[in-house]
Design a protein around this ligand. Structure first.
Ligand code: HEC
Length: 157
């Protein structure tokens, strides 16, 4: 009896993990180039050691520009990292997705991902601690550095 209960829970947990991954992948790829690119010229990222663009999906665009305190579920912010001063060499894509309530309650329910330039090779996914620790600096704008980024964009335009 106990064994069957255990088995049931294991299957339920595995299924939940599977569904969650599917949802995440569906959100992000392959349509990111259709997102809104907020900046024109490349931005310099001291923390990510690269030149970057900032892309937002429809849900995230206005809240990001307005530097909101909380983002709606389904918000996606994506940042290609370039190793040179042009867009010739895309080293990797970093992504943040606002998940369902209680996905990661202590850290505002963000999911993080790191991919190669096509988005098909996964390097890291999920509640990545190294990302969370630094993005916590931007806690008052929902773990996003919208203030810094928008300031740089305005300065450029
Ligand atoms: C040492 C600090 C630091 C770490 C670690 C870090 N980031 Fe960031 N991240 C930033 C800063 C600062 C920005 C604002 C733009 C810029 O300067 O790159 C940013 C911007 C972003 C953005 C655009 C949305 C925003 O916040 O404006 C995404 C997406 C992102 N990072 C993903 C990640 C992922 C995924 C990881 C972990 C693999 C990560 N970051 C680790 C500092 C960090």
């Amino acid at each position: 009896m106990k064994l069957s209960i255990l088995l049931f829970f294991s299957i339920a947990v595995l299924y939940a993990a599977h569904v969650e991954n599917d949802v995440e992948r569906h959100f992000v790829f392959p349509q990111w180039k259709k997102f809104h690119k907020l900046n024109k010229a490349l931005l310099h990222s001291h923390d990510h050691h690269a030149k970057v663009d900032i892309y937002t999906n429809d849900i995230a665009t206005t809240p990001y520009i307005e530097q909101k305190k909380l983002f709606p579920i389904g918000s996606i912010i994506l940042k290609p990292l370039y190793k040179k001063n042009d867009r010739g060499y895309l080293a990797r894509l970093v992504v943040m997705v606002k998940m369902h309530k209680n996905y990661d309650k202590a850290h505002n329910d963000w999911w993080y991902g790191v991919y190669d330039k096509t988005g098909t090779t996964v390097w890291f996914e999920g509640k990545i601690q190294s990302c969370i620790i630094c993005h916590e600096r931007a806690k008052k704008t929902d773990y996003l550095f919208s203030e810094k980024v928008m300031e740089e964009i305005e300065f450029q335009d």
